[in-house]
Every structure is written in structure tokens, then in C-alpha cells.
Design a protein around this ligand. Structure first.
Ligand code: PLP
Length: 382
């Protein structure tokens, strides 16, 4: 396999900044910028929009996304945010055992959706704390907590604050065994590493589009397994009915939804301005290949680790580490807030999440960006 080369030429990133923060927001691809401008131009004369245009872009997005996560296009649906996707999924889960499980510091869009579900289903939420456990012990604790009383497990495939890996495959297997549903937040991994929903036993996968999928803000996309295909959507868009293409007969009020997960699509799914950005992002990811993206990030992450380890900076255990998103464990006497400010003074952009300095790498980054970070850490840590 040939190593991917740096792809910075496909973006308009400023040359004097070191953007190590794709987990915050992806930069815009040049091709996406062009696609957006083309759409904007089309708005000048709306007669350009033919009935097919209202559906084709969504179909293309679903097809491209389904290739990334290893499912059929008709198992996917589009939303304005992950909270919408979580609500759609949970709306179709009934409680049989009275227990929902999530993890410490799960992203609030997932947590609040689960909390609401638990209240309306008179179920309890079990939050599996990490505390000072190793990643492996934490994962074991999550697995041990799944039993016959579990209705649903909702958690991220990778922890969004510090990058710790969750053993999703094993968690999914245990959920299957106990008849519990697994809802996974893929926002911080899908597009950056190979993910196959079938292999991982995921029932529902929800991803915000504006990070590793190179999409725009205000779009999210998800996968629903066949078990959800007779479900109840949280709103009724005319676009999701089987006859939607026939504009002259939509008041026949078709009782049938389009097949698969289409019923969960947000209304006005075509989103003429934003959809072209997402489509460009997804197609570009398929062109690069997620294993190539991950290998490229691994090469850069190895370089960073080798340079920062001798300065006393520690990283997550190798088996629970993802090279595209991780946190720097700084020596105790160093204030992470100060580090972030010092880094920004040198045009190096990372995120502070809790007490973690979160670094994220993608194919537009190169060694030069990491050298800037290494030099700055050298000055701060000696
Ligand atoms: C893990 C995770 N999920 C979801 C989101 C975004 O959620 P929403 O689309 O509901 O705003 C983020 C944003 O940082 C995230 O990190």
C-alpha cells in the first residue's frame, strides 16, 4: 500500500497556521467551495431546479456515506444535527428491562436524548465512570454492566474529549446477546478510520458531518439497521413518502414511506446549499480510502509521540489509541489552559476538553505542523 501524501493542496488553509483541530471543525475542501458557489448561482434562476434535483443529491450522499460505513444506501438518513438522529432512534426503542447505559462525559446531544428516553420510559440510566481506571478496565466495566435488564447502550466509538477507544465490537456483541440496542456516536471517527457497522454490531450510527466527513455545519447523517425500518419518525415530511417524486399527486397522501430508513430523513432533505459540500467531502473520503487516511495519521502520530514522550508527555495505552484524535497527558504541574494559550500565540490550534489538550490530525496536516507543536512543548516543558 502506497502511503498517502499530504493533501493540503486540496484545501485553502492559511500557510502560517498549524491546524491540529479537525475534531473541532473540518476545513472546507476547494472542490466543496466550488460546488457551493455553483449551487448559489443556481438560486438566481430557480427554474433550473427540476423535480429530480430535490432527491438526487440526497441519494448520492446516502450512497457515498454507505460506502464509507459498509451498508446499503437505503439504511442511511440525513438530519440537521446528531441530536435529531438520536431522538429518531430512541423514539423507536421500547423498554423491556428498565436500564439504559452510557459512559462518563458522553457528548451532551447523546446524553440528553438518552436521559429523556429514560424519563419517559421510567428506566434508569447507568453512567459507566472511568475514574482512574485504565482504558481496558473501563471497557471491561462497560461490558460487564450489559445484561438482560439493558434496553439500550448509547456511546461514542471513540471518546470525543481524549480519543480513548471503546471496544464497540465486543459491546455490540454483548448487546445482541442480551437483546439490547447499540446506538453509536460516530462523529469523531467515521471518515478518519475504517468503520463497518455490520462487523461492529451497531444498530444505529449517528455522525455530525462537519468534522471528519468534511461536511458543513448543520448536517448530520446516520445508519439504521433493518429493525428500525418500520419505525415511527419524529416528523412527517412529504419528501419521505413513496410518491414524493410525482409533484402533481402528492396530495393523494400516500400512506407508504420510501423503503429503508428514508422515513427518518429531516424535511427539506435536499438542502441545496449545504448538501453539495457534504457530497464532495464523502466522495473525497472514498477516493482517499479510510485505511489510507488512518495510516497517514498513524505516521504523523508516531512522530509526535516519539518527540514528546522524552519531555514527559504521555499518551493513551497503545491498544486504546487512535492516531487521528488523542490527548496529551501533560506533567501535573503544567496548566493545560496556559498550554493552549501559548500554542495559539504560535498559531497552533488544538482544543481543550476538560483537562485534556486534544490534538487531532488529518490528511491536510504535515510534519511541519507537528514540529511547531513539538517546539512549543519543548519551550514549555523544558
Ligand atoms: C461526539 C460528538 N457528537 C456530536 C457532536 C455534535 O452534536 P450536534 O450535531 O447535536 O450538535 C459533537 C461535536 O463536537 C461531538 O464531538
Amino acid at each position: 500500500m502506497n502511503m498517502l501524501k499530504c493533501q493540503k493542496h486540496l484545501f485553502q488553509l492559511n500557510n502560517d497556521i498549524h491546524y491540529l483541530n479537525c475534531a473541532y471543525k473540518a476545513p472546507l475542501l476547494k472542490s466543496a467551495e466550488k460546488a457551493l458557489l455553483d449551487s448559489l448561482e443556481k438560486e438566481r434562476n430557480p427554474y433550473h431546479y427540476k423535480p429530480n434535483d430535490f432527491f438526487e443529491i440526497t441519494a448520492n450522499i446516502c450512497k457515498s456515506f454507505s460506502q464509507i460505513i459498509g451498508c446499503r444506501a437505503q439504511n442511511t438518513a440525513l438530519f440537521p444535527s446528531t441530536s435529531y438522529g438520536f431522538a429518531s432512534a430512541l423514539n423507536n426503542i421500547k423498554s423491556h428491562g428498565g436500564k439504559a447505559i452510557t459512559i462518563e462525559n458522553e457528548f451532551p446531544s447523546g446524553y440528553f436524548a438518552l436521559e429523556k428516553w429514560a424519563i419517559s420510559n421510567k428506566a434508569e440510566i447507568l453512567v459507566i465512570e472511568r475514574g482512574d481506571k485504565t482504558a481496558q478496565n473501563w471497557n471491561n466495566h462497560i461490558l460487564d454492566s450489559i445484561d438482560d435488564s439493558t434496553d439500550v447502550v448509547l456511546l461514542s466509538i471513540i471518546h470525543w474529549m481524549n480519543g480513548t477507544k471503546l471496544n464497540i465490537k465486543e459491546i455490540g456483541e454483548k448487546c445482541r446477546k442480551h437483546n439490547a440496542k447499540l446506538i453509536a456516536d460516530g462523529t469523531q471517527i467515521v471518515g478518519a478510520a475504517p468503520i463497518n457497522v455490520k462487523e461492529l454490531n451497531i444498530d444505529v450510527l449517528i455522525c455530525a458531518a462537519y468534522k471528519w466527513l468534511f461536511g458543513p455545519y448543520s448536517m448530520a447523517i446516520g445508519y439504521f439497521s433493518e429493525d428500525f425500518h418500520d419505525g415511527n419518525p419524529i416528523e412527517e415530511s412529504w419528501m419521505n413518502r413513496s410518491n414524493a417524486m410525482n409533484f402533481s399527486s402528492i396530495t393523494d397522501y400516500d400512506t407508504n414511506y420510501k423503503p429503508g430508513s428514508a422515513r427518518y430523513n429531516v424535511g427539506q432533505t435536499s438542502n441545496f446549499m449545504l448538501s453539495p459540500i457534504l457530497l464532495e467531502g464523502l466522495n473525497q473520503i472514498n477516493q482517499w480510502g479510510t485505511s489510507n487516511i488512518q495510516a497517514y495519521c498513524q505516521m504523523l502520530a508516531n512522530y509526535l509521540k516519539e518527540s514528546l514522550n522524552p519531555m514527559g508527555v504521555e499518551f493513551e495505552d497503545e491498544n486504546y489509541f487512535y492516531p487521528h484524535l488523542f490527548s496529551l497527558k501533560l506533567p501535573n504541574d503544567i496548566n493545560p489552559e496556559t498550554v493552549k494559550i501559548q500554542l495559539e500565540n504560535k498559531n497552533i490550534y488544538v482544543s481543550l476538553r476538560g483537562s485534556y489538550v486534544r490534538v487531532s490530525i488529518n490528511v491536510f496536516n504535515q510534519k511541519e505542523n507537528l514540529d511547531a507543536l513539538i517546539n512549543c512543548c519543548h519551550q514549555l516543558l523544558g
